[in-house]
Design a protein around this ligand. Structure first.
Ligand SMILES: CC(C)(COP(=O)(O)OP(=O)(O)OC[C@H]1O[C@@H](n2cnc3c(N)ncnc32)[C@H](O)[C@@H]1OP(=O)(O)O)[C@@H](O)C(=O)NCCC(=O)NCCS
Length: 334
């Protein structure tokens, strides 16, 4: 069978769109599609999105609609909403959902979108993993729809353009665990000085990020992540759980940037935001350690950190041979 082709959606695709959405919803007990009572726009969906200034796409295979996606501008924030993302069961895992989202994201970006937002039913767990893989994180409270399916919806969002660093709250941190797991595993495989030796099992990395989400929930850590052109490519933490007599101190931990996104200013932007965050929370002394001679050590020096000293052979390098560790500190001006 040939791969589905993508094309703009039309009003006369209505029967195909409705059949597709109905089939997807029927996978979840209690999800009931009442087109005329609750979603009459499905009868002329292309017009509906055109009137909202947006766009709709259909994926067609041998005359059948097997996928769809849409996007439209929101009223504020130069944000666009991603809507109506559905892929027929037999086409899942083929990359069709990514093709649809790539198309919608490209369109929104070309129209000036800075940020993407979407709502997804709390029951659609595979969809959550899909959006998370594409760099979306949970944001804001759960939306309660007064519909016959008793729908509750998570809101997901991500910056789409340029280099953006944001602090994640506990829900956002939990939704980023999968992406951060892949980031950590890849950075350790690349030889980074990040606690573990390669190969780092994904389950170990996942458990670590789960513990970070808990620390964020408890207010004991600030988790910053960086997006570059809509992709989550870097992170750093500010550990606030310092001794009672060091309330003004915080430790920087686990700065990392995807190997293929390095030397584009991401690490520097994350560290600048670390200092901004310190000012925001009224702390003024930062400490950290890293492997001597690493790119990270060079970055800290270039940002005015003071080198405290080196402990020879304090950790093992990726080849298991002893490596020197250098300690740094920096006072953050108020
Ligand atoms: C350290 C790290 C986060 C830097 O990220 P990055 O996004 O590439 O950094 P930037 O592009 O913002 O670079 C900022 C500065 O750091 C220094 N730097 C970065 N990579 C460097 C390298 N390979 N060699 C020498 N200096 C380097 C430079 O001074 C650079 O400024 P420049 O590009 O103007 O010359 C990244 O190399 C990384 O993830 N390393 C593995 C993880 C790690 O070891 N973390 C340290 C934990 S303490």
């Amino acid at each position: 069978m040939s791969a589905p082709s993508l094309r703009p959606g039309r009003d006369d695709d209505a029967a195909g769109f409705i059949a597709l959405i109905e089939a997807c919803w029927s996978e979840f007990p209690g999800c009931i599609l009442d087109v005329d009572g609750e979603l009459p726009e499905l009868r002329a969906l292309a017009t509906y999105f055109a009137e909202a200034g947006g766009m709709l796409w259909a994926a067609e295979q041998e005359g059948r609609i097997v996928g769809m996606a849409a996007t439209r501008p929101m009223q504020h924030d130069q944000a666009w909403e991603i809507c109506k993302v559905y892929v027929a069961k037999e086409c899942r895992g083929t990359g069709l959902a990514h093709r649809l989202l790539d198309t919608a994201e490209r369109h929104a970006r070309a129209q000036g979108a800075q940020r993407l937002v979407l709502w997804t039913d709390t029951r659609f767990e595979a969809a959550h993993r899909f959006y998370e893989k594409r760099g979306f994180v949970r944001q804001g409270s759960i939306r309660i729809l007064d519909d016959i399916s008793n729908s509750l919806e998570f809101r997901y969002a991500k910056p789409l353009v340029g280099l953006v660093v944001e602090a994640l709250d506990a829900a956002a941190a939990a939704s980023a665990e999968g992406t951060l797991t892949r980031l950590l595993v890849d950075c350790v495989a690349d030889g980074a000085s990040l606690t573990w030796l390669p190969p780092l099992p994904p389950a170990t990395a996942q458990a670590y990020w789960k513990s970070v989400s808990s620390q964020v929930a408890l207010g004991k850590a600030v988790l910053l992540v960086a997006w570059l052109e809509g992709e989550m490519v870097g992170t750093v933490q500010l550990v606030l759980d310092t001794p009672q007599n060091q309330p003004h101190v915080a430790e920087v931990q686990k700065l990392m940037v995807r190997p293929e996104a390095r030397r584009r200013g991401v690490g520097r932007a994350l560290m600048r935001r670390v200092e901004q965050t310190m000012r925001g929370i009224g702390r003024r002394m930062l400490i950290l350690d890293t492997r001597k001679g690493s790119a990270a050590a060079q970055l800290y020096r270039s940002m005015g950190w003071t080198e405290l000293g080196t402990i020879p052979g304090f950790e093992l390098g990726p080849d298991r041979s002893p490596a020197d560790v250098v300690y740094f500190w920096k006072a953050v001006a108020g």
